[in-house]
Design a protein around this ligand. Structure first.
Ligand SMILES: C[S@@+](CC[C@H](N)C(=O)[O-])C[C@H]1O[C@@H](n2cnc3c(N)ncnc32)[C@H](O)[C@@H]1O
Length: 255
């Protein structure tokens, strides 16, 4: 019997210092995320944005740089700390409201009606059950003005469920004092619901001497049709999707 409660804070608090290395070039990703979101927001009269899974600020900082009014929420204390530090170096720390809350706590932490709610970086599938995902989508809906825009970025699990890959390489970062190598071993569980645990191995060292630590975190292997049905049930319409690099990005409108 699998554990349906997912402790993501242990994982994210532990990897927060390495999180930028999960990207080949985190700063370039931040710029690209800003441009991609600005394109999705065009002609939708969006000023006030809630980033509901901000992590280290990949999207929140980019949006603040583009002069959106940003609230950035995340349940991981260390990820929020890194986000604030990064926002300082991008000189937007005072332009972002940081809030420590997960998707299911949002209505207790925030009241504002937002023009847009975003959750990118495959964060929503950290919720494992239909019930939790639906509650999160209803929370987004409740925090949005009528006609507001929802943006959800997740991995293309439909595609991966075909092959169920086990070994998934990430990146090699050559450093002057130490190199960092990241790769995953994925453990699939038939459930129901089907889940996959990403065991991320972080290898650090130089020359012939390396240390390795394994960090596990679990995701619901959320299929597109499942998410679309839940979006409709939570009161969203005009659902569209597009692929942005590794991420399947859904946009929807509050009815
Ligand atoms: C892979 S990171 C993505 C961060 C950022 N959006 C990005 O694209 O770089 C996933 C984030 O989701 C957050 N998270 C995990 N469980 C969550 C939950 N129940 N509610 C909201 N955020 C959650 C984690 O703390 C983590 O910061």
């Amino acid at each position: 019997m699998q554990n349906l409660r997912n402790d993501t804070n242990t994982f994210y608090d532990a990897v927060a210092d390495y999180y930028h290395l999960f990207y080949r070039d985190w700063h370039a990703t931040l710029q690209r995320e800003g441009s991609a979101l600005r394109r999705l927001f065009r002609d939708r009269n969006i000023k006030k944005v809630l980033d509901a899974s901000c992590g280290t600020g990949t999207q929140a900082i980019a949006l603040a740089k583009l002069n959106y009014e940003v609230t950035a929420a995340d349940p991981s204390f260390k990820m929020l700390l890194k986000a604030r530090e990064a926002a300082q170096s991008y000189e937007v720390a005072n332009d972002i409201t940081f809030v420590r809350a997960g998707f299911l706590e949002l209505p207790y932490a925030l009241v504002d009606p937002y023009d847009a709610v975003i959750t990118k970086g495959n964060a929503l599938p950290h919720l494992i059950t239909d019930d939790e995902i639906l509650r999160a989508l209803r929370n987004f809906n409740r925090l949005m003005r009528r006609d507001g825009t929802l943006v959800i970025g997740i991995r293309d699990f439909d595609f991966m469920l075909e092959d169920r890959p086990r070994f998934v390489p990430r990146h090699v970062h050559d450093g002057s004092e130490q190199d960092t190598i990241l790769f995953d071993v994925w453990d699939w569980d038939d459930g129901p619901p089907i889940t996959v645990t990403f065991n991320t191995f972080i290898v650090t060292g130089k020359g012939d001497s390396y240390n390795v630590t394994k960090y596990p975190v679990t995701y619901r292997a959320l299929r597109q049709e499942e998410l679309k049905a839940m979006l409709a049930e939570a009161g969203f319409v005009d659902v569209k999707s597009e692929t942005q690099l590794w991420e399947l990005v859904f946009t929807a409108r509050k009815a």
